[in-house]
Design a protein around this ligand. Structure first.
Ligand code: SF4
Length: 511
């Protein structure tokens, strides 16, 4: 779901064009002063919902199934019971932003806590970014929370706290609200008859209408928007849109769709294609002549919605031949050295030093262990040196590279980055004075660390350190390292031994 939702969300972020009136296609712009551009030929009938009776039947079947089978979700309850239109729209907006790139099961807890803390736009507008980041911690794609809060402030300050009342105005007036989110808020909160296209809808529509051209291409996405606007039920648009997305999430799933349980299978061209292919195969098996091709079939002659001729039907895939999309771009590979600075707190419990990231860019404003991006191919010895230099500049005191204890590597996949953290630790038995002119920093207990605005990646880093500490304190249990053997690149210090601050903060050696 997440990749396709990303494709649709990516179009939103790039400023998707205004929604065409429901049921109509946008017209091609005519050149200034010249003859109108010829309208593109309509796609073949099998790619459209051109029969009003079929459209009506499909709407009825889908809505009846939704009424019977829909999941009980907190934002649905709020959308159905909240009498105030602004509060209703806000409740739907929060859910839609959280659901971008994230599974429903993960979102529920975050959503409930968010709505409890900030039940209205006004409450959210008064929150600090730090509070927003703390609540968002672990949900990923952190700029979403920040943008949501910025937009809430705009509604309160520029629009007198009143949410725009149409999809077009929502998209135009609210930063971070794209075509999909605007359509979802307007249809679910206000009953505007406008369609939505997210990853689930892309998959369902592509299967219902055998669309095999690259589903992330702007031309296909435009067609799908036209189709969604034509298909949406006029009397229950919000329920219809949610039903289409629910079908994609729970029945018409990416890898193993449950076609036998599908309420709209009688309208599904992909299913029809599978049945035809099976019939052809059995005829062939019994040596019967090849059937005459169906006049509705296309795929030859450059149909813009059919799979390219270079990617023929794969019978092993069945209905999952649809949709298709261009190969995903490989994520960028990055390495970062990070150091867990640890001291004993007042009751002997460990405390960790965390610093705040810049207010823009990746993980903006979040807290992390002191970290430093590494050049590719840097030898381990050099990594240790550059990290020591970084800590030294940051702490204002010399740090010996050999004092850094190597813990291991932690891999975290961001949407577009394959990130490896090369983790070191530096246990201290004294305090240090941090330069307040540098990045904001603070010492935290383990509990405070987890309650802070820290990323999942940093939680993994701390877990790796704690695991190693556990193995060192019980060397017989689970540790594969033999007693006395140093961890990779470690100093001569015995593992687990706390050294004095002076021992670490000494002048760097030339070695
Ligand atoms: Fe999806 Fe199968 Fe239903 Fe077609 S019949 S819409 S492929 S679940």
């Amino acid at each position: 779901m997440s990749q396709l939702r990303a494709a649709a969300a990516g179009l939103q972020r790039s400023g998707g064009r205004p929604v065409a009136p429901a049921g109509q296609s946008r017209k091609a712009a005519s050149p200034r002063g010249g003859a109108p551009a010829p309208a593109p030929a309509p796609p073949p009938a099998r790619h459209l919902f051109s029969d009003p009776a079929e459209t009506e039947a499909l709407r009825g079947s889908l809505l009846a199934w939704y009424d019977r089978c829909k999941r009980d979700l907190p934002w649905r309850t709020l959308a159905a019971t909240e009498p105030d239109a602004d509060r209703r729209a806000y409740a739907v907006w929060v859910s839609e932003i959280m659901l971008q790139q994230t599974q429903v099961a993960t979102v529920i807890d975050y959503y409930n806590r968010w709505m409890q803390k900030w039940p209205t736009l006004q409450a959210l507008a008064q929150a600090s970014l730090e509070e927003v980041n703390e609540l968002w911690a672990g949900l990923g794609y952190y700029s979403r929370g920040k943008r949501l809060q910025e937009a809430a402030r705009k509604v309160v300050s520029d629009l007198a706290g009143r949410m725009p009342r149409t999809a077009e105005d929502l998209q135009k007036l609210l930063p971070g609200v794209g075509r999909y989110t605007a359509g979802a808020i307007a249809s679910i909160s206000y009953g505007q008859a406008t369609g939505v296209v997210d990853g689930n809808v892309i998959r369902v529509l592509c299967r219902l209408r055998c669309i095999g051209a690259d589903s992330s291409s702007p031309a296909v996405i435009d067609r799908l928007w036209d189709m969604a606007n034509a298909l949406v039920d006029r009397s229950r648009p919000g329920d219809f849109n949610q039903a289409l997305m629910e079908l994609g999430a729970t029945v018409c799933m990416p890898k193993a769709p449950l076609c036998g349980e599908c309420p709209v299978k009688q309208h599904c061209q992909a299913q029809r294609r599978v049945e035809k292919e099976l019939a052809f195969a059995s005829q062939k098996l019994f040596g019967k002549p090849a059937p005459v091709p169906d006049v509705e079939d296309c795929g030859v002659g450059g149909c813009p919605l059919c799979p390219p001729a270079t990617e023929p039907w794969d019978s092993s895939l069945g209905v999952t031949n649809f949709p298709r999309k261009a190969a995903k771009k490989q994520p960028r590979v990055a390495r970062t050295a990070t150091c867990v600075l640890e001291r004993r707190g007042c009751h002997g419990a460990p405390e960790y030093l965390i610093v705040q990231r810049p207010s823009s860019g990746l993980l903006a404003g979040l807290w992390e262990f002191p970290s430093l991006p590494l050049a590719q191919g840097l030898p381990e010895e050099k990594q240790r040196e550059v990290l020591a230099d970084h800590l030294q500049a940051w702490m204002g005191q010399p740090v010996a590279a050999r004092g850094l204890r190597f813990i291991g590597e932690v891999v975290h996949i961001f949407s577009h980055i394959h990130q490896t953290y090369v983790v070191y630790s530096l246990p201290l038995d004294g305090d240090m004075t941090l330069d307040p002119a540098l990045s904001p920093s603070r010492w935290v207990t383990e509990g405070e660390f987890h309650a802070s605005a820290v990323s999942t990646a940093m939680k993994k880093v701390l877990k790796a350190c704690e695991k190693q500490r556990g193995e060192e304190s019980s060397p017989g249990k689970g540790s594969k390292r033999k007693r006395g053997v140093k961890p990779n690149g470690a100093s001569s210090t015995r593992p687990g031994t706390q050294l004095s601050l002076r021992a670490f903060l000494q002048a760097p050696t030339s070695s």
